[in-house]
Design a protein around this ligand. Structure first.
Ligand SMILES: NC(=O)c1ccc[n+]([C@@H]2O[C@H](COP(=O)([O-])OP(=O)(O)OC[C@H]3O[C@@H](n4cnc5c(N)ncnc54)[C@H](OP(=O)(O)O)[C@@H]3O)[C@@H](O)[C@H]2O)c1
Length: 227
């Protein structure tokens, strides 16, 4: 079971949209957060931005940073906050750098935008999560956070309404990830089964994006009833 004190969470490509949002939420709860990037200076800039956001709410927290390789090697939980297209290049780096038994959280949605059209990508292994399992046997893959809009995370410390479907084959890793999700004020993690079902949640996000575009409400998320 993970504990806030001492646990290191590394955000690969944590310099984009989702990374800073997760960094703010977890750092505020006492986790040691590292921002990763292909460029050290960019990681440093975003780490300072996140620190500034926390400090504007009276929290003095240090955010670490480094190139992706450095932060992967130091992390107990690695979150892949990168676009699907980045994975081809990142998988060899992860395979050679990641600590044995690390948890890898994938929120990665396999889609491409072409002339504003959203196109689902069919992953040969079935889903991004299953592809990662094949290439990173030393890690424990958990699929989660696909439907949490980054703008809501950055709107710290506002609670976030919504459920988060969590999928994984290693139940201890799933339980640890569910604990991390519960640390984000009001989010409710719900276990949905093994990684074979990840394709469903990975395909859901493009539908939410379509709905957001059509309705002019970009922060569409999901909420289950009856449980
Ligand atoms: N945005 C959301 O609200 C949201 C919500 C749920 C799930 N997701 C999923 O979470 C993932 C991250 O989303 P995002 O919106 O944060 O992505 P993003 O802002 O487009 O990109 C995040 C970071 O990925 C790195 N990156 C881009 N291309 C790369 C490449 N070819 N190789 C290595 N690194 C690369 C960049 O970091 P450096 O340039 O610093 O290396 C970039 O800052 C995506 O898979 C997305 O589908 C997003």
């Amino acid at each position: 079971m993970i504990m806030a004190s001492g646990l290191v969470i590394g955000l690969v490509g944590g310099t984009g949209h989702l990374g800073p949002g997760l960094a703010v939420r977890w750092a505020a709860r006492g986790y040691k957060v590292l921002i990763g990037s292909r460029k050290r200076e960019k990681a440093e800039r975003i780490a300072r931005y996140v620190q500034g956001l926390l400090s504007s709410h009276g929290l003095s927290v240090e955010i670490g940073y480094g190139e992706n390789r450095e932060i992967i090697a130091k992390s107990d939980v690695v979150v892949l906050t990168v676009p699907y297209t980045a994975l081809t290049g990142l998988i060899p780096l992860l395979a050679s750098t990641i600590k044995e038994e690390s948890i890898v959280i994938t929120p990665v949605v396999p889609f491409l935008i072409k002339n504003r059209d959203i196109r689902l990508v069919r992953v040969a292994e079935g889903s991004v999560a299953e592809m990662l399992t094949k290439h990173l046997p030393q890690a424990r893959i958990v699929s989660a956070l696909h439907t949490v809009p980054y703008k809501l995370l950055l709107d710290f410390p506002k609670p976030i309404e919504g459920d988060v479907l969590v999928l994984g084959d290693d139940l201890e890793a799933v339980s640890d990830v569910m604990k991390l999700i519960r640390e984000i004020h009001n989010l409710r993690p719900i276990y949905g089964g093994g990684l074979e079902f990840s394709v469903a949640v990975e395909s859901l996000t493009p539908i939410l994006i379509n709905i957001g575009r059509r309705t002019g409400k970009p922060n569409v998320s999901i909420k289950l009833t009856g449980i």
